[in-house]
Design a protein around this ligand. Structure first.
Ligand code: NAP
Length: 247
């Protein structure tokens, strides 16, 4: 598909779901992938194992994005490899609940991981991308950030926020050869959506013209495109991969 040979990619939240599929897809195109995790070290190692077994190159790194310490960890990775070309900020959590029941702690945690975590990761990555005058930053937003969803006010705020982050960073760093884009997936089969009830699933499927939930691999295909040399004229964009749920 696209040639990512000699590229070094960091994927936060690479241990599971969309991050996992993205790590595997980037490696399949030749990138060396750093599979980031917070608590799932074994899962991250499994992903690195899948990549190696397929002839690719990967390592794992604890990258807990809820603290700005993640910046040091990403800087260290960039220094060790002498470059960092691609950042996929897929680390994310969802805590659902109607606004009147939403706890401050939940609100703070969602912002810390989903929004601040992506900004910290971007800051560290962009620092080393600037020197190389090349970079691809891909932030995982959500259809919910664009449409809203009852019971997901705080989650939606973090995901809408990422669109603003992508557009602002795109403007700041376009002249340095760095593109910054968001991907807004619809409902994708991962641990995050596995907890949905049958009734919730039916409600979602009724709203998806394609008539099914998406796969992590379908999101990863968009990640690979945005990470490619060929996507150099795409920046500040939000790529919707949602089965037509929102257009
Ligand atoms: P998932 O399967 O629940 O996986 C979440 C990932 O985030 C895991 O790798 C987890 O790592 C990592 N993570 C959680 N807290 C972290 C922290 N503090 N620091 C670093 N990593 C952390 O989620 P997913 O469905 O793949 O979602 C990936 C991204 O896509 C998220 O940003 C999500 O909001 C977004 N998204 C998902 C969907 C969907 O339908 N699934 C739709 C739209 C957008 P550990 O396991 O190592 O802790």
């Amino acid at each position: 598909m696209f040639d990512l040979k000699s590229r070094v990619a960091v994927v936060t939240g690479g241990s599971r779901g969309i991050g996992r599929a993205s790590a595997i897809a980037l490696a399949a195109q030749g990138a060396h992938v750093v599979v980031g995790y917070a608590s799932g070290e074994a899962a991250a190692q499994e992903v690195a194992g899948v990549i190696s077994a397929a002839g690719g190159s990967a390592e794992t790194a604890r990258l807990d994005v809820s603290s700005s310490d993640v910046e040091k960890a990403i800087a260290e990775i960039a220094k060790r490899h002498g470059r960092l070309d691609i950042l996929v900020a897929s680390a994310g959590i969802s805590i659902d609940g109607l606004l009147l029941r939403l706890k401050d702690d939940d609100f703070n945690q969602l912002f810390a991981v989903n929004l601040k975590g992506a900004v910290y990761s971007s800051r560290a990555a962009i620092k080393s991308m600037m020197r190389a005058r090349f970079g691809r930053v891909i932030l995982l937003s959500s259809v919910v950030g664009e449409m809203g969803n009852a019971g997901q006010t705080a989650y939606a705020a973090t995901k809408a926020g990422l669109v603003g982050v992508a557009k602002s960073l795109a403007r700041e760093y376009a002249s340095r050869g760095i593109t910054v884009n968001a991907i807004a997936p619809g409902f994708v089969e991962t641990d995050m959506t596995r907890a949905l009830t049958d009734e919730q699933r039916k409600g979602i499927l009724d709203a998806v013209p394609v008539g099914r939930i998406g796969s992590a691999e379908e999101i990863a295909a968009g990640v690979v495109y945005l990470a490619s040399e060929e996507a150099g004229y795409v920046t500040g964009e939000t790529l919707r991969i949602n089965g037509g749920m929102y257009m």
